[in-house]
Structure formats: C-alpha cells, structure tokens
Design a protein around this ligand. Structure first.
Ligand code: SF4
Ligand code: SF4
Length: 279
C-alpha cells in the first residue's frame, strides 16, 4: 500500500480515486535554454484571464513580477551575479510544482483543491471560500489569495497554475509551453520528461557544464517528487527555490507519536496522584 503522507507515489491520480490509464502529465523546464522573453508569463495571463499584478520595476533586475503569486502563475526569474568570468545571467521560468504530496491540497477544508486525472493539482474557484489555509502550507510559496479591487476577478480566492486543465483535457499543450520559443518549457508524460531531463543533464555534463542539476526530480525528496521538474545551473537557493521542500504531512506520524506519549504520561501521572491521595 502506498504511503499517502510522504515518499514516492507512482499512481497519484489512481490513489486519489481516478480509474483510468491516463499517465501523469507534467513539465520539464530546462533553464539552460531560457532566454527570459516572458512569453510564458504573457500566454498564461492571456489564456487564463489572470489580471495584471502591477507594472512594477523592481530596480534590481529585468524581473518585474518578483515571485509567483495569485496573479503570477508563471514567473521568469532573472538572476544576475558576478563571478570569475564576469557577469552571469541565469533565467528560470518558475511555476507550481504540482507536488506528488501537495500540502495545499491536504489542508484545504472545502475540497476546492483537488488532484486531477492527469496527476496535477487544481483549485476550483467556485468552491474555494478564501480561508487561506493552503497559503502557508505550500513549501514553495506558490499559492496565494488574490488581492485587488472588489471587482477584480476571483479577488480573495486562492489562485495558482492549473497546468491548463482545460487545455490538456482537450489534448492541447498548456499555454506557457506552447508559447515558449526555445522549448525551455516542455509538457508531456512525466515519466518521459524525467528521462529526457536525465539525458539533458548528462549531455550538459559532457559539454563541460558540471553545475547542471535537476530539481524536483527525486521521488524520495520531501514532497515525493514534483510534477514540474527543473534543470538548474546553480543551487536552488540562487533561483529563490527552497533547497529541501517538505510536505507538512511527512512529520505527522512522529508528531502523533509524541502527542500519544505525552497523553499517556499525563494519564499515568493523574492515576498516580489519585492513588496517592487514597487514605
Ligand atoms: S507547489 Fe505548492 S501550490 Fe503547487 S501543488 Fe505543491 S503545495 Fe500545492
Ligand atoms: S500551465 Fe497554464 S496555468 Fe500553468 S503556468 Fe502554464 S499557462 Fe499558466
């Protein structure tokens, strides 16, 4: 039986109750070929009707959105740093990780967040009550409640990437992957993408890029592996990604064990006091 709290789960959709032979679908984002054009950000907004999140200039880079959020479902990070060989630019189109063990989904009290037949994680706007429990639960800071004027679409509700549930249900490619001109964002069968990611890292190592590494690729990590796998050219922290993300449910068995031991200790102490008072 598959552990529903943490660890590898090769059949996430089946374990969520779906009965079909639909393979798990996901993303492989190869940052080594990202050119920072932001076509993915624009395509996502246009297809999904995501409102603007302010036309800000951060002053620190060409990044004008700063981070993923309720109105930024794809975020192209621009990382500028100085090294021995001069200035280096790293670009990475970040997105929801569609975790194997998704904390946002686990804590949602209304069932608004659900696992689709594709193994992805989606919010249902008409069920979300805006309680915000999912927001601190996500170890990546992906999901958030939308802020804005009262007439802003879905204001107050939790919002994030749906992996274009409506498009992939019709056999189409998600808008961001469709718009990407360099194929930095690749969509497809997750097992095939993972194999492609392995091959790409091996190629880059052969070509003298030893810093190439995969992120979200290990089913034994703290979230059971991601549905969005990334190829990075530096440590995850450099891109603003957590190095060791963990789903909160991983620690539940240990917490319950400690709580049980504490309750047992109190019971023993109470019995001791009661017996000790007997004349
Ligand atoms: S990255 Fe965050 S919002 Fe996306 S599925 Fe995982 S826990 Fe949920
Ligand atoms: S999969 Fe769809 S919803 Fe998700 S980031 Fe890409 S375009 Fe946006």
């Amino acid at each position: 039986m598959v552990n529903q709290l943490y660890g590898p789960d090769p059949n996430v959709a089946e374990n969520a109750g779906w009965q079909s032979d639909q393979p798990r679908m996901g993303f492989f984002t190869d940052t080594s070929v990202c050119i920072g054009c932001k076509a993915c950000e624009v395509a996502c907004k246009e297809w999904n009707g995501v409102p603007d999140d302010g036309f800000n200039l951060l002053g620190s880079s060409y990044d004008n959105t700063g981070a993923l959020g309720a109105s930024t479902w794809r975020h192209v990070a621009f990382v500028e740093s100085k090294g021995d060989e001069g200035v280096r630019w790293l670009m990475e189109s970040d997105v929801c990780k569609h975790c194997t063990h998704a904390a946002c989904l686990d804590v949602c009290p209304t069932g608004s967040l659900f696992r689709t037949e594709f193994g992805t994680v989606v919010v249902q706007d008409d069920i979300c009550n805006g309680c915000g429990y999912c927001v601190p639960a996500c170890p990546f800071g992906v999901i958030d409640r939308r802020k804005g004027e009262p007439d802003t679409k879905n204001v107050g509700l939790a919002q994030k990437c749906t992996l274009c549930y409506d498009r992939i249900g019709e056999g189409m490619t998600p808008a961001c992957a469709q718009a990407c001109p360099t194929e930095s964002i690749q969509f497809g069968n997750l097992d095939e993408l993972r194999a492609r990611a392995d091959a790409r890292v091996a190629t880059l190592h052969d070509r003298g890029v030893p810093e190439a590494r995969l992120y979200g690729h290990d089913p034994n990590d703290g979230i059971g592996g991601a549905g969005s796998v990334f190829l990075l050219l530096d440590e995850p922290e450099v891109y603003g990604l957590p190095p060791d993300p963990v789903v909160a449910t991983r620690d539940l068995p240990a917490m319950w064990k400690k709580a049980g031991l504490a309750a047992l200790s109190f019971a023993v102490a109470a019995v001791g006091v009661f017996v000790g008072r007997q004349p």
